[in-house]
Design a protein around this ligand. Structure first.
Ligand SMILES: Cc1cc2nc3c(=O)[nH]c(=O)nc-3n(C[C@H](O)[C@H](O)[C@H](O)COP(=O)(O)OP(=O)(O)OC[C@H]3O[C@@H](n4cnc5c(N)ncnc54)[C@H](O)[C@@H]3O)c2cc1C
Length: 404
């Protein structure tokens, strides 16, 4: 199939995706909750956390990714020489929305690799690393993670202290990363480390692609208040990384990190993120089923929710563009702020409508299920950079306001 045969009109493209995926519905029908063709269970989460025995769930995500790749729709906005279609970020969103609507399982475990690691590789890695690794991520053969945050460097990311020292053709890494989403499943990690402690902090950083199975890498899951363990501490103890796996120039790690962060914030706000059409459908169903739409006390919250979701979707629709457009930092921060506001309103609405049923399991369908969503939303005010950091980006880089 050549790219010229793929419709670019958004509605026609949605039909094209649906047509390409329909033959695969049966294949994913046995995949458990949320599987295509099966009735979904009532599980709903803002931060998807893999359950006990998640191996089959992850294998299913990898299989689905491979199906998308083979169907030529794994990465509509990506460059054609790397398996993309050269379309826009809107077409990526269309794929996510159609899959969600058809009931295919989520690809949560692949999110970081596809939306944070791959952009950095495409823009900054040498061809001998970029091509096999990006293709591996898009085929579902590799899972990626982001090794940025440390116990002493989160918002102040340029303050990372994990060190890399050159040794022949290799670099040797020592340090600790934290909050590494899907680190326990990952094959490769994008690691921001300090190569020159004497340089000003942003200038002394370099990015590497770490083999997560290499000697010296230890991954320890962190249990969260939702009960899941989707992120980890990662210890790098004398891990050797060949210089060929450096992403970008020595001392240019901050530039590479900015590529990843810009894309992360934009894609989190799309249908690949937590605000899926399915979440909206579920909250509307909940309101209708419990007759809340006529309740005068609840109506203002319903209105706030509709306004926040509408604003988010309108803003996302205003910023279509090529894949590189997503790297623009200010629009990513604006979208992320609008997304977290919309999620807050949905969580608040679910809580208001359900009352104690959101937190005490009476076995009623669609009630206690919302507790995981409500408990997960606060994490999204931190992940990908906190609200305060997004506001700083918008103020300084978007509005040109002075640093305080
Ligand atoms: C669900 C989830 C997944 C994550 N996944 C990953 C991952 O895969 N890889 C990874 O590397 N990291 C990951 N993180 C970490 C995330 O990037 C950090 O939590 C975030 O950047 C904040 O850093 P911190 O937790 O160290 O908080 P701190 O930086 O210590 O911030 C504490 C508070 O101070 C405020 N603050 C700090 N500096 C400023 C400032 N200059 N102006 C105003 N206010 C400020 C912050 O807004 C915050 O409220 C994840 C986090 C979450 C919640």
């Amino acid at each position: 199939m050549t790219t010229t045969e793929v419709p670019t009109d958004v509605a026609a493209f949605a039909g094209y995706v649906r047509e390409r995926m329909t033959p695969h519905l049966g294949e994913f029908a046995q995949a458990g909750a949320g599987a295509a063709g099966a009735e979904r269970d009532d599980h709903i989460a803002a931060v998807e956390e893999l359950r006990e025995g998640h191996e089959e769930q992850v294998a299913c995500m990898r299989r689905l990714q491979r199906v998308l790749y083979d169907a030529g729709i794994a990465w509509p906005s990506g460059p054609t020489h790397l398996g993309g279609l050269g379309l826009t970020s809107i077409h990526d969103t269309v794929v996510d929305e159609v899959l969600d609507d058809m009931g295919f399982p989520s690809r949560e475990a692949l999110f970081v690799g596809l939306n944070i690691v791959a952009p950095a590789l495409v823009h900054h890695a040498p061809a001998q690393v970029r091509e096999p690794v990006v293709t591996g991520l898009y085929r579902g053969e590799l899972i990626g993670c982001q090794l940025f945050s440390e116990p002493g460097a989160g918002s102040d990311l340029a303050g990372v202290s994990t060190r890399a020292v050159r040794d022949g053709d290799d670099w040797v890494l020592h340090g600790q990363k934290v909050w590494t989403s899907m680190g326990h499943l990952a094959d490769v990690g994008e690691a921001l480390v300090r190569t020159d402690p004497a340089a000003p902090k942003h200038a002394g950083l370099t990015m590497f692609l770490v083999d997560m199975h290499a000697p010296g890498v230890t991954v320890r899951p962190i249990r969260q208040m939702t009960g899941g363990a989707a992120f980890n501490e990662v210890f790098l103890d004398g891990v050797r990384v060949p210089d060929s796996h450096r992403i970008g120039g020595v001392g240019e790690g901050w530039k590479v990190a900015s590529t990843s962060l810009g894309n992360e914030r934009s894609t989190m706000s799309g249908a690949a993120g937590p605000l899926t059409p399915y979440v909206l459908e579920r909250v509307v169903e909940l309101v209708k089923r419990l007759g809340a739409e006529e309740n005068p006390i609840l109506r203002p919250q319903i209105a706030r929710t509709v306004a926040a979701v509408t604003a988010m979707r309108a803003a996302a629709g205003l910023t279509p563009g090529s894949w590189t457009h997503r790297l623009e930092p200010v629009s990513g921060s604006v979208l992320k702020m609008l997304m977290t506001r919309a999620l807050d309103e949905i969580a608040r609405l679910a809580e208001d409508v359900l009352g104690e049923r959101a937190f005490v399991d009476h076995g009623e369908k669609d009630a206690f299920a919302w507790s995981e969503f409500v408990l997960g939303v606060p994490a999204l005010h931190l992940a990908g950079g906190t609200d305060e950091i997004q506001r700083n980006v918008i103020a300084q880089r978007g509005l040109g306001l002075p640093r305080r």
